[in-house]
Design a protein around this ligand. Structure first.
Ligand code: SF4
Length: 342
């Protein structure tokens, strides 16, 4: 059982203390006996303890920085939503394949933003541009926000904000099961709470530091009982020996745990494993013993965002994934919706 995250070290940007949330959190971390350091900007977070990159990387992953979100221009977030809404960046998990390893570069610490009202104001503008159409915001593009939320309760506040929103909807995804504080949030059905799931082999070998499959399923049951629309992202779909059996067992467990009512409004998203050359270098540096297969010659090259090519599965393997996993979903959850495979 993965325990709820507690940072080893907290940095605070002085301006964060001008916000009630910043003050509240610093008092909380002081009371918890956590070392707190001031920093003029998160970019100044240097001198993390550790003798080498390997150690510093691990300390960074358990360091929390409280600061302000300065860029209030939101990225798009296709295919799952219109925009990415940024309340946190970074993650305490250690998934070997995680895309944050390349996007966060040398700054893998977790940041939580305290200027939440300013982020809401920006969201309002995006919504008004599209109204009366609904605008969906994805809150987990740059972090696993649930993983830190038992400390900050920012996400709870955001869920309640969108609970009152006419034109906005919220969605996020997590690999963490620490959801109890979110169960009584007034979501009004406007937040889709998704869990990232995978078969036992993949969770065991590639997702250290995250909640196990059974814990995620238990949390999903609680979330569904609390009335949230529920979804699952099967990601990354990774082909290993016995993958068909592994995924079959995963879907069987899920089917056995969820109520008939929950199964009626369920979404699935399917994302195959992919990597880029820069990601491969970073993964091999941060997780030198990984069993993750990163052999370009076994993959198909595809033009990617920012001009960096990515390596995905070959066409026949993609068809096999779609048929096999799509088949399990249709068999066990005939009333669910597969939103996309990518
Ligand atoms: Fe990355 Fe998600 Fe794993 Fe965190 S839980 S390390 S965000 S893949």
């Amino acid at each position: 059982m993965v325990k709820p995250f507690v940072p080893q070290l907290v940095y605070v940007e002085p301006k964060a203390l001008d916000y009630p949330l910043g003050k509240k959190l610093i008092t909380k971390f002081e009371d918890m006996g956590i070392e707190i350091r001031e920093t003029t900007s998160h970019n100044q977070v240097r001198n993390l303890p550790g003798d080498n990159h390997f150690q510093k990387y691990r300390v960074a992953k358990s360091t929390l920085v409280l600061g302000l979100r300065k860029t209030l221009k939101f990225d798009t977030s296709k295919p799952s939503a219109e925009y990415a809404i940024p309340f946190a960046t970074g993650c305490m998990g250690h998934c070997h394949y995680c895309y944050l390893q390349t996007t966060m570069g040398s700054k893998p610490y977790i940041r939580s933003y305290v200027n939440v009202d300013e982020i809401f104001d920006a969201a309002e503008q995006y919504m008004s541009e599209r109204a009366p159409e609904i605008t969906r915001f994805e809150a987990s593009c740059t972090s696993d926000i649930v993983g830190v939320d038992h400390l900050t309760h920012t996400l709870k506040h955001v869920i309640e904000y969108f609970g009152k929103s006419e034109h906005g909807r919220l969605r996020f995804v997590t690999k963490f099961a620490h959801v109890d504080h979110l169960l009584d949030a007034e979501h009004n059905g406007r937040t889709r709470f998704r869990f990232s799931i995978n078969d036992d082999y993949i969770i065991k070998y590639f997702e250290p530091g995250t909640s196990r499959l059974n814990e995620r399923i238990e949390a999903a049951v609680k979330v569904a009982e609390a009335g949230y629309p529920l979804g699952f992202i099967v990601a990354p779909i990774y082909l290993h020996e016995g993958w068909k059996q592994g995924y079959h067992e995963m879907f069987e467990k899920l089917e056995a745990a969820l109520s008939e009512k929950t199964k009626k409004d369920l979404t699935f998203e399917m994302i195959q494993h992919r990597f880029t050359k820069p990601a491969k270098r970073v993964i091999q540096e941060n997780y030198p013993m990984t069993k993750l297969e990163l052999d370009e010659s076994k993959r198909k090259w595809k033009w990617g965002r920012y001009g960096i090519g990515k390596y995905i599965y070959k066409d026949n393997e993609q068809e096999d994934i779609k048929d096999t996993l799509g088949g399990y979903i249709n068999r066990y959850f005939p009333n669910s919706k597969i939103e996309y495979f990518t």
